[in-house]
Design a protein. Structure first.
Length: 314
């Protein structure tokens, strides 16, 4: 075989090898560039609450803790009353009531949940409650004749009055989809729980009809249930009912002292509440299904209560 023929044969074999399944593949240059890993998203569940542990007579401050009671952080430090905190669903903001400016209670304020910074006064009123999307705040405002429920934008603009009846309408709580607001009212002679449309106060539905005191409504995260407190057994206890019509009432707590002011965990598995079962007001948590698994979250001899629970993303 001549040299020319040999070279042609080797070249043909080389070309055939390039088309062979076993031939090495060429990797694009951009695929070889190292890229940083995606950011790690951390979730933390926070409970904010009111406490008198600071020691100033007659004044309360707002604190934050983890869902197991650890990691206590004091968020307010003023000579006036700071209380009734509402944690936004994303855990970033707290709305609360205060008379820190020296006038009779109260004004509605907002601050950052992480450290209490970014304080803004929005309007006069109290009992604030965040809408699920964080765009609005429901709250109450009183005059000489009654207490009514209002809604405003999260910056204090766009005020809308939702109720206007004799008696007191109080403790507004948004449904998870933002379409409804539950509240307690004395419009029919004693405290009962009602639901209305969040846009204009229409579509009123009465959920409880007991002659006792029913209050502090709190929607479950999936919107199917509503926790509330009631003294229908003389002392206040925690109950759960169907949110659509008030049926299916289940009693979750049963002790000789007051249990009240429930709030749901973000996943709906637990309910935190205020109780006097150990001699003074403290915050406990329990299973939302049957009241089992009681866990004490605060242990200070001063008042601890008015818990609000949400999940924070970092």
């Amino acid at each position: 075989m001549s040299n020319k023929t040999l070279l042609l044969t080797v070249g043909a074999l080389a070309l055939a090898a390039c088309d062979s399944p076993t031939a090495p593949n060429t990797v694009p240059l951009e695929a070889m560039v190292l890229r940083p890993p995606p950011p790690i998203v951390r979730l933390a569940e926070w409970i904010v609450f009111t406490s008198a542990r600071a020691g100033a007579p007659g004044y309360n401050e707002i604190y934050r803790m983890n869902q197991d009671g650890s990691g206590l952080v004091r968020l307010t430090n003023s000579p006036g009353y700071d209380a009734e905190p509402s944690l936004s669903r994303d855990g970033s903001k707290i709305a609360f009531a205060s008379f820190r400016e020296g006038t009779y209670c109260c004004g509605v304020y907002v601050m950052n949940a992480a450290d209490g910074s970014g304080l803004v006064r929005l309007t006069s009123g109290r009992s604030p409650a965040w809408s699920p999307d964080g765009s609005k705040i429901a709250f109450t405002r009183s005059d000489a004749n009654a207490t009514d429920i209002y809604v405003m934008n999260a910056d204090g603009s766009g005020l809308v009055q939702l109720t206007n009846t004799p008696g007191n309408d109080d403790q507004p709580a948004w449904s998870p989809d933002g379409s409804k607001i539950a509240f307690s009212s004395t419009r029919d002679g004693n405290h009962e729980i009602y639901v209305m449309n969040a846009t204009d106060g229409s579509g009123l539905v009465r959920l409880t009809t007991d002659p006792s005191y029913d209050d502090h409504p709190a929607w479950s995260p999936d919107g199917s249930k509503m926790a509330f407190s009631s003294n229908r057994t003389w002392n206040a206890q925690i109950y759960v009912m169907n949110a659509t019509d008030g049926s299916g009432i289940v009693r979750l707590t049963n002790n000789a002292f007051w249990d009240y002011d429930p709030t749901w965990s973000p996943d709906g598995s637990q309910i935190a509440f205020t109780t006097r079962r150990d001699g003074n007001d403290e915050i406990y948590a329990m299973s939302a299904s049957d009241g089992s698994g009681i866990l004490r979250l605060t242990t200070d001899p001063a008042f601890d209560g008015e818990a609000s629970w949400a999940r924070r993303r970092f």
